[in-house]
Design a protein around this ligand. Structure first.
Ligand SMILES: [Zn+2]
Ligand SMILES: [Zn+2]
Length: 186
């Protein structure tokens, strides 16, 4: 089966909409039909192919990592989610085998991968998501909520409201963009 996907294919500004194969899921993954995706600061770096993106991506890569969607298929070992569930994605994929992952510190996994940076992302009709990164949402949750208001933004974005463009703002919850910058500075 084919799907549309936004792909970073060449090492310069821009991105390409292409038809590609729907990803085949592995045993520990679920296939998500993407309902909604947001543009993160990381995606802006990828689009404009800044040094930040050049250091991290191997092209071609489907980007986009802030998203929610409906589970349409689950891998053989998946237990917590089932087809029909609405899930939000945790952007950071822990390796599950390193010292940190085995001592309850997955958030600082040494082999952390980021969806849409190291693995195919969510600016596509379907994406494969590891079960451990799939957060089940209430069926009453709408993937199409009202635009964020100023109070829900973080840091210097707090002054913004629904009338201000969201493009390029920081993630609201994962703050992965800031984590990236922090790591780079160390
Ligand atoms: Zn992000
Ligand atoms: Zn790990």
């Amino acid at each position: 089966m084919k799907m549309k996907a936004l792909i970073k294919e060449t090492p310069r500004e821009g991105a390409l909409m292409k038809e590609v194969d729907v990803p085949a899921i592995r045993d520990h993954e679920v296939l998500v039909k993407v309902k909604r995706a947001a543009i993160c600061g990381t995606d802006i770096h990828i689009y404009f192919w800044t040094a930040f993106a050049q250091e991290r991506l191997k092209l071609p890569m489907i980007f986009g990592h802030e998203f929610c969607g409906e589970v349409v298929e689950v891998g053989r070992t998946v237990k917590r989610v089932k087809p029909g569930d609405l899930v939000a994605a945790e952007t950071h994929i822990p390796c599950e085998v390193c010292f940190q992952c085995n001592t309850g510190l997955m958030h600082i996994c040494k082999e952390m991968k980021i969806i849409g940076v190291h693995t195919a992302g969510a600016f596509s009709e379907y994406t494969a998501l590891p079960e451990i990164c799939a957060w089940r949402l209430s069926p009453k949750t709408s993937p199409f909520p009202d635009p964020p208001q100023g109070g829900r933004q973080t840091g210097s974005d707090r002054r913004g409201g629904a009338d201000r463009p969201l493009c390029g703002r920081r993630c609201q919850t994962e703050r992965c963009h800031e984590n990236f910058l922090h790591r780079r500075e160390r």
